[in-house]
Write a protein that binds this ligand. Structure first.
Ligand SMILES: Cc1cc2nc3c(=O)[nH]c(=O)nc-3n(C[C@H](O)[C@H](O)[C@H](O)COP(=O)(O)OP(=O)(O)OC[C@H]3O[C@@H](n4cnc5c(N)ncnc54)[C@H](O)[C@@H]3O)c2cc1C
Length: 288
């Protein structure tokens, strides 16, 4: 492993300026559970690691007037133990309680999970399904975008050099909304997913007609995606078993499943067809 200098800024601006001044030789580190492995495997060799651990203002979970904000330095364990996340956003509990082990979740951050941008990132799919936006700050100032548009490909995001992911903003959801996420793995021990499926459903007052639907799929394609054809089938419909199955079928057709060492495309497509209705049923239960 190559030698590196570990820098510990305490403000966002100091972190950006350190990263920019060292250019390509520098890399941010949060929990280090992805970055340190890449360094050990020789995939990257930064000379400077700019730690975000002591930077103020990145580890908040706030819930006000229905809007949720999660700082990028929040660990998976902080989400798992947060009363507001448990009560209002059980879909995030579905996701984070299955990431690695407690030891990993104690240090691994939600920001690192997203910026690392591997197709198997468990945090990305529920956040996209919840309609999360990301707030970024870099040498050119601040900007925001839908999380869905941040990903460019495996390991690639639209983040510019020196840019920090500050926080995720989940706008207020309509009344009678529920959402659920399933990480499908080969075995129930610590493992990366074969595929991840999330469904969000908002119900009309009759608690049967769907007013809003989102389907998030992950691991299948090079980046997390929304299954918009499946969503169209759900929106405005009475959510009978037939409609749920039709949505699952449409999602499977549009899901861009690929073969990988963990699973084959045909199996992943079949599981999308099964898991979309299954997650929709849980989402409906949570909504009502
Ligand atoms: C044993 C083990 C099991 C795992 N299991 C799972 C699993 O089941 N599911 C899963 O999804 N992941 C899993 N992971 C991967 C990893 O734990 C997560 O992706 C984790 O959330 C990464 O966060 P981190 O804080 O450790 O990121 P780091 O390693 O610190 O950083 C990752 C990348 O993001 C950049 N970065 C970090 N924070 C910011 C920021 N705020 N702004 C800009 N750039 C930033 C870094 O420069 C780096 O490129 C596992 C890892 C291990 C070692």
């Amino acid at each position: 492993m190559n030698k590196f200098e570990y820098l510990m800024p305490t403000t966002i601006d100091e972190a950006i300026s350190l990263c920019v001044s060292h250019g390509e030789r520098a890399r941010y580190i949060a929990g280090g559970t992805d970055v340190m492995i890449k360094i050990k495997e020789g995939k990257i060799g930064p000379q400077y690691l700019v730690s975000l651990r002591r930077v103020q203002g990145l580890d908040h979970i706030t819930y006000k007037d229905g809007e949720l904000r999660i700082g990028s330095l929040v660990t998976h364990r902080m989400l798992e133990l947060s009363p507001v996340i448990r009560k209002e956003f059980p879909i995030l509990i579905d996701a984070v309680t299955n990431i690695g082990s407690v030891q990993i979740r104690n240090v691994a951050t939600i920001g690192g999970n997203i910026v690392n941008a591997v197709p198997s990132a468990d945090g990305a799919i529920p956040l996209i399904t919840l309609g999360a936006q990301v707030r970024l700050r870099g040498p050119k100032g601040e900007r925001s975008m839908d999380l869905e548009h941040l990903f460019m490909g495996p390991g690639m995001t639209l983040l510019e050099p020196g840019e920090i992911l500050l926080e995720f903003i989940i706008p207020k959801l309509p009344p009678r909304t529920g959402a659920a996420y399933c990480k499908h793995t080969r075995r129930s021990a610590m493992e990366l997913p074969l595929l991840g499926v999330a469904v969000l459903i908002s119900l009309e007052e009759d608690k049967f007609t769907c007013s809003e639907a989102r389907i998030g799929l992950g691991v299948l394609a090079p980046t997390p995606m929304r299954a918009r054809n499946g969503e169209t089938i759900l929106k405005g419909s009475k959510l009978t078993e037939d409609v749920l199955k039709e949505a699952g079928k449409a999602a499977a057709e549009e899901c861009k499943a690929r073969d990988s060492i963990r699973g084959e495309a045909w199996y992943r497509r079949e599981m999308v067809e099964v898991l979309v209705p299954r997650m929709a049923r849980i989402a409906m239960e949570r909504a009502s």
